[in-house]
Design a binder for this molecule. Structure first.
Ligand code: GDP
Length: 457
């Protein structure tokens, strides 16, 4: 169904009581509908208002006063969607905002679907697909780096790189086709060395876009981290120290943390999805056994392991067993209780685990160092939010396909295949690269991008 001629409307602010609620109307009839329901104090009609101006007044529904509002007008194409847009800021109560929305709908507005405002912005050329996706990322950002990265994308950070890559490839492809299609013209022969050089340049631009992808994903989604160690080494205390509040039960009886306790904490730029486990020792206690089993499973699905050791105790067989079971995981050995006298021989640990940090979970000493270590290990330490980086699986898969096509193009140049074959591979790469910005994305792809949006955006 083509809805592009409909004037759509939705509550654009969060669903809940707040100081202000905003109802957005976008489309050809936005101003007409606004005039049907709004009376400004000054008596001025919305139709006579210029873009970027606001008026104070009341919303009426068939003579009944609904709310006191401020109405803002945006004239096409200078609006979020590129269409005429009216935004009504009313009181933020759940009931009142819905009443205003219903009034708009009763007077001609069609309820907007999820992401429809942003989809119109895309269709009207106000932003490309990667920029539209960035809008969603800005809304859902949990931390500063994530928000800065999303904002940079919103401002065309990815798009500019895509233009650059596309220019380079189009230049290669058009030279190739011109030369192949018009043999009688005086078109200079394609120099395969120059061609290859350009293809490699395009490849490295795409590789750069992919380079920070994993670190970016970690920043966005957090890193699954298991805290392991014998009972009583201070796992729960560390977890509490990291999360800033008490959730696990801290006691002096070994084996009390029976289940896996999970917590998401934001440390600097990294979000850790922490699991505090029961430890990994052999035990006859059935309940504890179940906990140990869960701990093992957790370990296997974690991307990072924090192995905690008690510096006031000598290393025992249980510690050694633990060291063995984690040696293949990216891990940090956390030597705890440095506020007391140490008798632990850390050299044996150092032989098995490269990263060692000394902390006191009780006092918080050394926690900063632990966070730095985690940032180094996950590659988030060098992450620069201002550098263009692809931000989701859709974009990544397009880039990977483009890269594969370019590899084929390069090998066909190397092997002296026909230039036609090279052109096909370059075209394939262009197709994939332009799918990132949506310039050549199918309707299905576009639909998929917007269906994850919220209504009102
Ligand atoms: P878990 O069984 O590994 O989760 O260990 P807990 O976090 O329950 O801690 C066991 C005991 O060690 C508790 O009495 C804690 O107060 C104590 N503890 C934990 N961390 C430290 C530390 O850094 N220094 C000292 N002195 N005691 C600690």
């Amino acid at each position: 169904m083509n809805r592009i001629n409909d004037t759509i409307t939705a509550i654009s602010t969060a669903n809940g009581a707040g100081g202000i609620g905003v109802i957005r109307i976008s489309g050809e009839e936005a101003v007409i509908i606004a005039d049907r329901i709004f009376q400004s104090i000054s008596g001025k009609k919305v139709a006579d208002m210029k873009g970027y101006t606001a008026a104070y007044g009341y919303i009426y529904d068939n003579g009944e006063k609904i709310d006191e509002v401020v109405l803002t007008v945006f004239r096409r194409p200078h609006s979020y969607t590129g269409e005429d847009v009216v935004e009504i800021s009313c009181h933020g109560g759940l009931f009142v905002t819905k009443q205003v929305l219903r009034t708009v709908i009763r007077h001609g507005g069609i309820p907007a679907q999820a992401g429809e405002f942003t989809q119109r912005a895309f269709l009207n050329g106000k932003m490309d697909l990667s920029e539209a996706e960035a809008v969603m990322d800005i809304i859902s950002a949990k931390g500063k780096t994530e928000a800065r990265t999303a904002l940079a994308c919103r401002e065309g950070n990815i798009s500019r790189e895509i233009f650059k890559i596309n220019d380079l490839l189009v230049h290669c492809a058009s030279h190739l086709s011109a030369w192949a299609d018009y043999p009688e013209e005086d078109i200079p022969e394609v120099d395969s060395a120059v061609l290859k050089e350009n293809l490699i340049k395009a490849k490295s631009l795409i590789e750069n876009l992919l380079k920070n992808y994993d670190a970016g994903m970690i920043i966005r989604n957090g890193i699954d981290t298991a805290i392991v160690g014998k009972p009583n080494v201070g796992k729960s205390t560390l977890m509490n120290q990291l999360s800033g509040y008490e959730k696990s039960i801290v006691t002096d009886i070994p084996g009390t943390t029976r289940d896996v306790i999970e917590e998401t904490v934001v440390l600097g730029d990294v979000t850790l999805n922490l699991s505090d486990t029961a430890g990994l020792r052999d035990t006859d206690n059935i309940v504890e056994k179940m906990g140990v089993e869960k701990a093992r499973q957790k370990l296997n699905t974690s991307s990072l392991v924090l192995a905690v050791f008690d510096s006031t105790q000598e290393l025992d067989s249980e510690d050694l067993q633990l060291l063995d079971s984690i040696k293949d995981f990216p891990s940090v050995a956390v030597i705890n209780k440095t506020d007391e006298t140490s008798i632990l021989d850390t050299e044996i640990i150092a032989e098995k685990i490269r990263n060692i940090v000394y902390i006191s979970a009780k006092t918080g000493d050394g926690i900063d160092e632990l966070v730095r270590k985690i940032e180094q290990l996950t590659g988030t330490a060098e992450f620069d939010p201002s550098v263009a980086t692809l931000t989701n699986e859709r974009q990544r898969s397009c880039a990977v396909k483009a890269l594969e096509a370019l590899n084929e193009a390069v090998s066909s140049v190397d092997m002296g295949f026909t230039l036609d074959a090279t052109t096909v591979s370059i075209e394939d790469a262009i197709q994939n690269i332009l799918e990132i910005t949506g310039e050549r994305a199918s309707e299905v792809v576009v639909h998929n991008v917007f269906k994850n949006f919220c209504v009102g955006k």
